[in-house]
Design a binder for this molecule. Structure first.
Ligand SMILES: C[S@@+](CC[C@H](N)C(=O)[O-])C[C@H]1O[C@@H](n2cnc3c(N)ncnc32)[C@H](O)[C@@H]1O
Length: 349
């Protein structure tokens, strides 16, 4: 992936001074920058942190929780803005807190992501000690120096706190910014649940174990809990894991919530796998991620089990699944989504 906004940060990574902090968003995923011992990386995606650690980086997985870093201890913070405003404001406020006086925050981003607004607000927060630059038609970078007397914090909508974010007629769901679709019920997931009883009826016996693959705040798990089987919910995003754990605790859901990338390290078999995978039309379609979700489902599905995937109608999931499953059935479709049932996994697929 070539990300011009991220490339604007590269010189600041190359010449990073001691005690540099890199708040790494998903743009890092495909970059192969050599590790630097003077940079501490924090990211909220487990796959990203694990691949960085494998390459020798000092990297920690958290929901951008910088509370363990003493105030005024960091020389430079590097950050390519994330997609979600509350998270960007949280990270900018935290950067200000951990930077020593005279330390620098380097920000970059794209016009479509609102980088100009972020640069303007950060300029006020850093009491005007800012150099901003339009690097290309759409990309901007800002260098901010930590003043002695900063302005008021940016509104981060209380980013770190879980809250009751949405509800349906039966449940209130705990969630927070930083989780996929955090304050609503995803229409695709609701579509899957509408068909739940239909495809569960196809199982030879009630499921003994259920897997929610890419669980987010846990909507599918909460809905499937009525089937009575323990549920394993898994996601790679730190905010999602925290929210899902809270919903399991608050709603008394039987099972466990496990941080993992594409179910890695989780043991099957599961008679039922529910999945609203993270590849949507309009979002960057990550082919490799599609393969990894399908491969996880094939590995973890019981011989007599069913994996139910809900995807945007345009996604050719059936074709992609053909190398891994013998039975592929599009059970239901509406104007936006389709529900694809996968069963009888090919061994070694
Ligand atoms: C479309 S959302 C569905 C969330 C949830 N199941 C729901 O119904 O609201 C896809 C989920 O996959 C997660 N995800 C993305 N990449 C992942 C990976 N490599 N491993 C595990 N989960 C991942 C995202 O964090 C997100 O929560």
């Amino acid at each position: 992936m070539n990300d011009p906004a991220f490339n604007l940060l590269l010189p600041f990574i190359q010449d990073a001074p001691a005690h540099t902090l890199w708040l790494a968003d998903e743009n890092l995923l495909r970059s192969q920058i050599a590790p630097r011992s003077n940079i501490h990386m924090i990211a909220n995606r487990l796959d990203l942190v694990q691949s960085a650690q494998e390459r020798g980086w000092q990297a920690d997985w958290s929901d951008f929780d910088l509370s363990g870093i003493p105030a005024g201890s960091v020389t430079r913070v590097i950050y390519r803005v994330s997609k979600e405003k509350a998270l960007v404001h949280h990270n900018i406020n935290q950067a200000l807190r951990v930077l020593k006086i005279g330390g620098q925050l380097i920000l970059s981003g794209d016009k479509g992501e609102g980088i100009k607004g972020y640069l303007d607000r950060t300029r006020v927060l850093f009491a005007g000690r800012a150099e901003t630059e339009k690097a290309s038609a759409n990309c901007w970078r800002g260098i901010f120096t930590r003043p002695e007397q900063p302005g008021s914090p940016l509104d981060d909508r209380d980013y770190s706190q879980l809250r009751q974010a949405c509800a349906d007629e039966h449940f209130r769901y705990w969630s927070k910014p930083g989780v996929f679709g955090w304050d609503k019920i995803d229409r695709g997931s609701a579509f899957l649940i509408q068909q739940l009883d239909t495809f569960v009826a196809e199982l030879q016996a009630p499921p003994r174990r259920i897997l929610d693959l890419g669980c987010g705040y846990g909507y599918l798990s909460v809905q499937a809990a009525r089937l009575g089987a323990p549920i394993t919910a898994t996601d790679n995003n730190a905010a999602a894991i925290a929210a899902c754990q809270r919903n399991f605790a608050e709603l008394g859901i039987l099972g466990e919530v496990i941080p993992a990338s594409c179910g890695a390290g989780i043991d099957g078999p599961f008679e039922l796998i529910l999945c609203n995978p993270p590849f949507h039309a309009g979002f960057s379609v990550e082919d490799d991620l599609t393969e990894r979700f399908l491969s996880a489902a094939a590995r973890l599905l019981d011989r007599n089990g069913i994996a139910a995937f809900v995807v945007n109608r345009q996604i050719m999931l059936e074709r992609r699944a053909a190398s891994r499953f013998r039975r592929i059935q599009t059970l239901a479709e509406d104007g936006s989504f389709k529900l694809v049932l996968l069963a009888d996994a090919k061994t070694g697929a």
